[in-house]
Every structure is written in C-alpha cells, then in structure tokens.
Ligand binder design. Structure first.
Ligand SMILES: C[S@@+](CC[C@H](N)C(=O)[O-])C[C@H]1O[C@@H](n2cnc3c(N)ncnc32)[C@H](O)[C@@H]1O
Length: 261
C-alpha cells in the first residue's frame, strides 16, 4: 500500500469519532481514560505503518483477536468503517460488547485457539496482548494458525513482551509473582522464551527475545516478515508484523519485479 492509500485511512480515522462507550467490566480501563484511548490509537499507527510495507491495496476484512471489550476494536472500526470486522475473545461479554458497539461479527474463542473456526480470510489481523499470556508452544501454533487465515498479501500484527517488559515488571507494576518472574527470566535467558502461568490458571505471562520471535515467524511458510518493532504498541509491547506474501516469490523481470499471479 502506498503512502497516499494509507493516508486515506488515516484521514478517515482522524475525521471519525471513535466510540467512547466503555463497558463497565472492561478491566483494561482500570489504567484510566487517557491511557486507554492512547493505546487504541497507537494500534492504528502501528497498523497503518505496517500497511505501507505491504502489497495490500485495501483493507476489506479485519480480525481483532483478542478483542477484549474493544480497546482497539473501536479504533479499527473508525479507521476501516466499511470493512467486515470480526471480533474474537474467550470472554463472551467482551465479544458481545464489541459485536454490538462496533458492528463486529462475534467469534467466541476456546482455550486452544486452533479449535476455533475463525472464518476469513482476513486482510488484517490485529493480535494485541494474546501471546504475552501464553507459552511458547501455543504462541508458535497459534501464530501459524492465524497466518493461515490471512488472505493474499494480508497483514498480521502481534504484540509480545520484549525487553521493556522487564522494566515494566520491575519498575512500574509487577505482572506476576517474583518467583514466577525469576523463572520466566531464566527460561528466556536459556531458550529465548519464558512463560509461567498465574496460580491455578492455564494463562499467565510470557517474555520473549526479539530473535526468538523472528525465528518463529521465519518458520511459517508462504509468509514474509515485514518488521519487528521494539515497543511498537503504546511504547510498551513489541510488535511483530507478518504478511501473507511468499518470501520465496521470484522476480519476473527488472521493471515489474513481482509476478502478477
Ligand atoms: C490483556 S487482554 C487484551 C485485550 C485486548 N486486546 C485489549 O487490548 O484490550 C487479553 C485478552 O485475551 C483474552 N484471551 C485469553 N485466552 C484467550 C483465547 N484462548 N482466545 C481468545 N482470547 C483469549 C482474554 O479474555 C483477554 O480479553
């Protein structure tokens, strides 16, 4: 997508009023209104920047997973008002809220995402803070599964806890108990990906090295890594960007390098 096309979405977003209704049970709102809306807008900046690196010419279908109660979905709806928006989470209240407020197609998730029928293919998949809570096996399998749901040249952005997550945990707010955090750091040191579940839950906190996430993405066939941005979402989470454009696709000639397929 060229800058002019991306700018059309940006101008659209800027001219549209982002829905301000926040669900009373949206725990993401606990950090306050300014942060809540800044985080959503930051996702749009990350998405539009990613689109300029892609070969996609228009965004007609979007998947927000996990949508929560729409911290980002409300901004996606504003930037892509004519797109089909699918909203998926394991929390039915969040899915229903997003479906109602942002005209989304509701998808109720399950503990293993690969058992969920997502529909698609999608031009854009936004994954804000899902892999930050799962182990490496899930992150690898789910990332691959989600890439299978991208349409041709579609773009996926996924957030991870990168090196700044350590500062957030130590200096701002602890995300998990100190012992569990130490084990996460040890695993990360030895394998590049650490994870510990919250007490008696199948869900917790992960922390990963950029290189490990890039290795994960390199192993997904038929895709191309468009970028990995440290603190690319709200100056906090790292963001991996992948396109469903084959990294092995050959040039056809010097003037028009890409096959028209
Ligand atoms: C930190 S919140 C982020 C929510 C949203 N992306 C946002 O920015 O507000 C993590 C979300 O992951 C959801 N979740 C956990 N396990 C899931 C699964 N297996 N499938 C889909 N969503 C899941 C939770 O219900 C929660 O809404």
């Amino acid at each position: 997508m060229n800058f002019t096309e991306a700018d059309r979405y940006y101008q659209q977003y800027k001219s549209c009023r982002v829905v301000a209704d926040v669900a009373s049970d949206d725990v993401m709102y606990n950090s306050g209104q300014d942060w809540y809306f800044y985080v959503g807008e930051s996702a749009i900046n990350a998405v539009l920047s990613a689109l300029t690196l892609s070969r996609l010419s228009a965004v007609k279908s979007v998947l927000d997973l996990p949508c929560g109660h729409g911290r980002v979905a409300r901004h996606l709806r504003a930037a892509f008002p004519n797109a089909e928006l699918a909203v998926c989470d394991i929390d039915p209240a969040g899915v229903n809220f997003c479906a109602d407020k942002f005209y989304g197609r509701p998808i109720l998730s399950a503990p293993d995402l690969t058992s969920v029928t997502l529909g698609g293919p999608f031009d854009l998949i936004w994954i804000g803070s899902l892999f930050t809570h799962v182990n490496r096996d899930r992150a690898e399998r789910w990332l691959r599964y989600l890439c299978e749901h991208l349409g041709k040249d579609g773009v996926l952005l996924a957030s991870f806890h990168g090196s700044f997550a350590r500062d957030v945990h130590l200096r701002h707010y602890p995300m998990i108990g100190a012992d569990a955090w130490m084990r996460i750091e040890q695993q990360c040191e030895s394998t590049g990906y650490g994870y510990e579940a919250y007490p008696s839950q199948d869900y917790g906190i992960s922390f990963s090295r950029a290189g490990t996430i890039l290795d994960m993405a390199c192993a997904i066939p038929g895709t191309r890594i468009l970028g990995y941005t440290e603190r690319g979402w709200a100056e906090h989470h790292d963001v991996l960007t992948i396109a469903k454009t084959d990294r092995a696709q050959d040039w056809i000639n010097a003037a028009n390098r890409y096959p028209s397929d």
